[in-house]
Design a protein around this ligand. Sequence first.
Ligand code: SAM
Length: 281
Amino acid sequence: MELWYTEEHTPTVRFSIKVKKQLFGGKSPFQQVDVFDSEEFGRFFTLDGLMMLTEKDEFIYHEMIVHVPMATNPDVRRVLVIGGGDGGTVRELSRYKTIEKVDMVDIDEMVVKVCRELLPFTSNKLDDPRVTLYFEDGLKFVRTVEEKYDLIIVDSTDPFGPGEGLFTKEFYGNCCKILNDDGILVNQHENPYYDSYRASMRRAHRRIEDFFPICRVYQAHIPTYPSGHWLFGFASKKFDPLEIDAEAWNALGLETNYYNTDIHRGAFMLPNYVKRELELE
Ligand code: SAM
């Protein structure tokens, strides 16, 4: 019998992948966690029936969520990752020798456990001695933490379920408070194409604008996310991501599959329909 994973991208659009085998299925106190294996995308991991990553295209998301802020401020030393339980964001961060400390806060210990076991290609740097894992709600963590960070990366699920609080004004305000004077906040910003996601993307962008003088949106092509067109939010107290020192980043010699300093600049050049959407009240 053929087994297919099917995800509803809108009430009238579905996306399916033929599954070779289901490797894990379990319910944590927060969400349904599943891992599958497939011919086309290799292993893939879903939460509550929504795609988080596939072995074949995860590099795009993780490179873009990490290297864009890191090329913008090469002096980042202390990083906070909210969510990110699969470890892909930490893996990319761990490539920078200049980073001294990474705190990763995921609400769901089961995600980290399952990803350590079944997705070593993303989780293989979670044991880097610079990394400390916390299993708690990111919304609560930023309320009380006394550390200051140079960069916060919000690698979260969507704005409903356990991830809902990570799109609130309270959360962005606390992120702003615990960032240093030249701090950067990057978050996953949903897709701009389908109506059901657009409003939440715009709302998140507006809320972030209340706290940060520099706010931009950048994009990447991620084949297994709804519509394949994905946005990231970039907010900063000082650095403009369009003014990078490309030579300095290239001199680091990091080998990447998607990110390069031309993509970096191009990613901030948005289609008109996205620009218009972001300008709406
Ligand atoms: N790349 C994915 C995407 O955009 O589809 C998201 C990656 S997945 C690693 C997101 C992680 O956020 C999950 O591990 C989930 O447990 C975590 N998460 C959801 N809500 C959270 C919260 N309130 N605090 C901390 N982590 C949270």
